[in-house]
Design a protein around this ligand. Structure first.
Ligand SMILES: *[C@@H]1O[C@H](CO)[C@@H](O)[C@H](O)[C@H]1NC(C)=O
Ligand SMILES: *[C@@H]1O[C@H](CO)[C@@H](O)[C@H](O)[C@H]1NC(C)=O
Ligand SMILES: *[C@@H]1O[C@H](CO)[C@@H](O)[C@H](O)[C@H]1NC(C)=O
Ligand SMILES: *[C@@H]1O[C@H](CO)[C@@H](O)[C@H](O)[C@H]1NC(C)=O
Length: 583
C-alpha cells in the first residue's frame, strides 16, 4: 500500500537573501529571507509506475528525474502481504521564509528606531524581526521611543551618568549634551552660580540674558520681544517631532508630539502599527497567513492549497478533496496534518492519483477502457482460465499478454488455457527500458522455456522461444503496471503447448510418466528399483523426473550405481522422488 506516510525532509540548505527597498517616510526596509530547499522521497512503488508518478502538491520533480531503485513496497494479494522491490522518486521544494534583517521589524521590515546600524541609539534593544513591533526596550537611565533621552532630565553624557550643575541656567542635557549651562540674566560662570552685580541692577525680566560686557536685557536666543516681555518661541517651529506626528504646545510651553492614529511611539519616533506583529492579528497560524495592508490594518489569507471555512479566512482554512484529483478507485482523505491524500484501496499500488490492481485486473482494465487497438479477449480468457490463482495471489511476475483478434477457429478452453498460460509468465519484474541497449536478455517462463529478448531499432523489442526459433514475437506495448508485476502487450500468442508432459489432475504420477515417451528410461529405472507402485499410491509426492536425454548423459558408472544402490537406500522414493505436498 502506498500510504501518505513518508514525506521526510532529508536535507535542509538555508541561506539568506537580502533585499532592499525604500518605503516612503519610513527609511530603509530590508528583508533577509531564508531560502530553504527541502527534498523528499515519495512512497515506494512499482518501478514501472514510478516514471508516471508525480510529486505531491507544492513539490517539484528533480530534473533530470532522480529515481532510485532502493526500496520495497508491500501489497495485499489474496490473503497475504507480498513485499516487492520497487522504486521511489525524489522531489524538491523551494521554500522562501520571509524574514527581516537584524535591526528591522514587522511584516514590512521597517528600520528600528535610531537606525538599523545603531538600533535604539545603542541604548536599548529593538524588538526586531518580522513578528515583532520594533519597540525599543531602553537600558536603565534611558527613555524615549528611540532611547534618545536620559531617564533623568537633569543628566547628560553618553551614559546619562553625569549630573547637570547649572544653578541659575539651563543645562545642555541628554546623551548628546555636554552639561554646559546657559545662564539666566544676572548670573554667570560655568555653573551659572556667580551673580553679575551690573546685570542684577537692571532687574531683567524672565527669558532674558544679560552679559557683563554690555549690560542690557536681551531676549534669550529664539525668544521674541513683545512689549516689555520676551515671549518663548513656538516650540513646534523647531520641528522636534517625527514628520508623521502632530505637535502641540503644553500649558508650560513645551512641545508635545502625538503620533497619528494607528501609529505608536513617543511622537519623536512614530512606528506604524502592524497588526500582524500582535498575535498575527488573530489569523490561525496553522492554516493562514497574516497580510499587512496599512498601519493598523491586516487580513488573513489561506495558506496555499487550503480553502477558507465559511468563506472567511479569519475563521481558519482547511484542505479539501477536489473532485478528480484521485484515481477512480482511490479515496481522498484529509490527513491529521491538514493535507489531502489519495489512498489506493487495499490490494492496489500507486500514489493514489493512479492505482493499479493485480495483473488480471489490469489486463481487464486495458481491455475495457476503450483501447480499441488492443485485442485482449483471447489473452484474458487464457489468463483467467489458465492461471487465475497465481496472477491474483502471488508475484511479482512479468506477463506477456498477446493482443490478437478473436477467431472462431481457435477457441480457448480451460485445459488449453492451463497448458498455454505459464508459457507467457516470467518470474520477477522485467522492465524494458528504452535505452536502445543492444544487450540480449534471457528470461525463463514458468513453463520452463527459455526466451531471448532482442532490441531492434524498428520493431523495438522482440523475442523468441528457444524451442521454437522459427517464430518471432514483437513486444508492442511494454511496461504496463499492476500491483503484483508488469505486463508487456505482445503481437502473438504461443499456441503450441510446452513439449513434454502435460499435467492431468485425474491421473497418478506413475500414469503420467508411463504415458510420456520422454520418461521411458526413467520408467525402466523405477521398475528396476521396484518403485512404480509407490507413485500410484496416495501421495502426495513431488518428483524430479529426468528425461531420457538426462538419463543418457549418465555415461559412466553412475547409472549402474543407481540401479544397484537406490533400491537399498530404504523406504520411499529417496533420490528421485521426494514425498511432499503437490506442486
Ligand atoms: C510591542 O511588543 C511587546 C512585546 O511583544 C509588547 O509588550 C508591547 O506592548 C508592544 N507594543 C505595542 C505598541 O504594540
Ligand atoms: C471575517 O471574520 C472576521 C472576524 O471573525 C471579521 O472581523 C471580518 O470582517 C470578516 N471578513 C469578511 C470579509 O467577512
Ligand atoms: C489548526 O489548528 C486547529 C486547532 O488547533 C485545528 O482545529 C485545525 O484543524 C488546524 N487546521 C489545520 C489546517 O491544520
Ligand atoms: C480444448 O481445445 C483444444 C484445441 O482447440 C481441443 O483439442 C480440446 O479438445 C478442447 N478441450 C475441451 C475440453 O473442449
Amino acid at each position: 500500500m502506498a500510504g501518505p506516510r513518508g514525506l521526510l525532509p532529508l536535507c535542509l540548505l538555508a541561506f539568506y537573501l537580502a533585499g532592499f527597498s525604500f518605503i516612503r517616510g519610513q527609511g530603509l526596509s530590508k528583508r533577509c529571507d531564508v531560502k530553504t530547499t527541502l527534498s523528499t522521497h515519495v512512497p515506494c512503488t512499482s518501478c514501472a509506475a514510478v516514471k508516471k508518478q508525480t510529486c505531491p502538491p507544492g513539490w517539484l520533480r528533480e530534473l533530470p528525474d532522480q529515481i532510485a531503485q532502493d526500496c520495497r513496497y508491500e501489497v495485499q494479494l489474496g490473503g497475504s502481504m507480498v513485499s516487492m522491490s520497487g522504486c521511489r522518486r525524489k522531489c524538491r521544494k523551494y521554500m522562501v521564509e520571509k524574514a527581516c534583517c537584524p535591526g528591522y521589524w514587522g511584516s514590512q521590515c521597517y528600520e528600528c528606531p535610531g537606525g538599523a546600524q545603531t538600533p535604539c541609539n545603542g541604548h536599548g534593544t529593538c524588538l526586531d524581526g518580522i513578528e515583532r513591533n520594533g519597540t525599543c526596550v531602553c537600558q536603565e537611565n534611558f527613555r524615549g521611543s528611540a532611547c534618545q533621552e536620559c531617564q533623568d532630565p537633569n543628566r547628560f553624557g553618553p551614559d546619562c551618568q553625569s549630573v547637570c550643575s547649572c544653578v541659575h541656567g539651563v543645562c545642555n542635557h541628554g546623551p548628546r549634551g555636554d552639561g554646559s549651562c546657559r545662564c539666566f540674566a544676572g548670573y554667570t560662570g560655568p555653573h551659572c552660580d556667580q551673580e553679575l552685580p551690573i546685570c542684577q541692577k537692571l532687574r531683567c525680566p524672565q527669558n532674558t540674558q544679560c552679559s557683563a560686557e554690555a549690560p542690557s536685557c536681551r531676549c534669550l536666543p529664539g525668544y521674541t520681544q513683545q512689549g516689555s516681555e520676551c515671549q518663548a518661541p513656538n516650540p513646534c517651529w523647531l520641528s522636534p517631532c517625527s514628520p508623521l506626528a502632530q505637535c502641540s504646545v503644553s500649558p508650560t510651553g513645551q512641545a508635545q508630539c502625538h503620533c497619528p492614529e494607528n501609529y505608536h511611539g513617543d511622537g519623536m519616533v512614530c512606528l506604524p502599527k502592524d497588526p500582524c506583529t500582535d498575535n498575527l492579528a488573530g489569523c490561525p497560524s496553522n492554516s493562514t497567513l497574516c497580510v499587512y495592508q496599512k498601519p493598523g490594518q491586516a487580513s488573513c489569507i489561506c495558506r496555499s492549497g487550503l480553502v477558507s471555512i465559511k468563506s472567511n479566512a479569519s475563521g481558519g482554512c482547511q484542505a479539501f478533496c477536489s473532485p478528480y484529483s484521485c484515481d477512480r478507485s482511490a479515496t481522498c482523505q484529509v490527513t491529521a496534518d491538514g493535507k489531502t491524500s489519495c489512498v489506493c484501496k487495499q490490494g492496489e499500488v500507486g500514489d493514489g492519483r493512479a492505482c493499479y490492481g493485480h495483473l488480471l485486473q489490469e489486463v481487464q482494465k486495458a481491455m475495457q477502457t476503450g483501447r480499441v487497438f488492443l485485442q485482449l479477449r483471447v489473452a484474458m480468457a487464457m489468463m483467467d482460465q489458465g492461471c487465475r490463482e497465481i496472477l491474483t495471489t502471488a508475484g511479482p511476475f512479468t506477463v506477456l499478454v498477446p493482443s490478437i483478434p478473436f477467431s472462431s477457429s481457435r477457441t480457448m478452453n480451460a485445459s488449453l488455457a492451463q497448458q498455454l498460460c505459464r508459457q507467457h509468465i516470467i518470474a520477477g519484474q522485467h522492465i524494458l527500458e528504452d535505452t536502445k541497449s543492444q544487450q540480449t536478455r534471457r528470461w525463463w517462463t514458468l513453463a520452463g522455456q527459455e526466451i531471448t529478448v532482442a532490441f531492434n531499432q524498428f520493431t523495438k523489442y522482440s523475442y523468441k522461444y528457444k524451442d521454437q526459433p522459427q517464430q518471432t514475437f514483437n513486444i508492442y506495448k511494454p511496461n504496463n503496471v499492476a500491483a503484483n508485476g508488469i505486463f508487456h502487450v505482445v503481437t502473438a500468442l504461443r499456441w503450441q503447448p510446452p513439449s513434454g508432459i502435460s499435467g492431468d489432475p485425474k491421473k497418478t504420477i506413475s500414469q503420467i510418466l508411463a504415458s510420456t515417451e520422454a520418461f521411458s528410461r526413467f520408467e525402466t529405472i523405477l521398475e528396476n528399483c521396484g518403485l512404480p507402485s509407490i507413485l500410484d499410491g496416495p501421495g502426495p509426492f513431488t518428483v524430479f523426473a529426468p528425461s531420457n536425454e538426462a538419463v543418457d548423459s549418465l555415461r559412466d558408472g553412475r547409472l549402474i550405481y543407481l540401479f544397484t544402490t537406490v533400491s537399498s537406500v530404504g523406504e520411499g522414493a529417496v533420490g528421485m522422488g521426494v514425498p511432499g505436498p503437490p506442486r
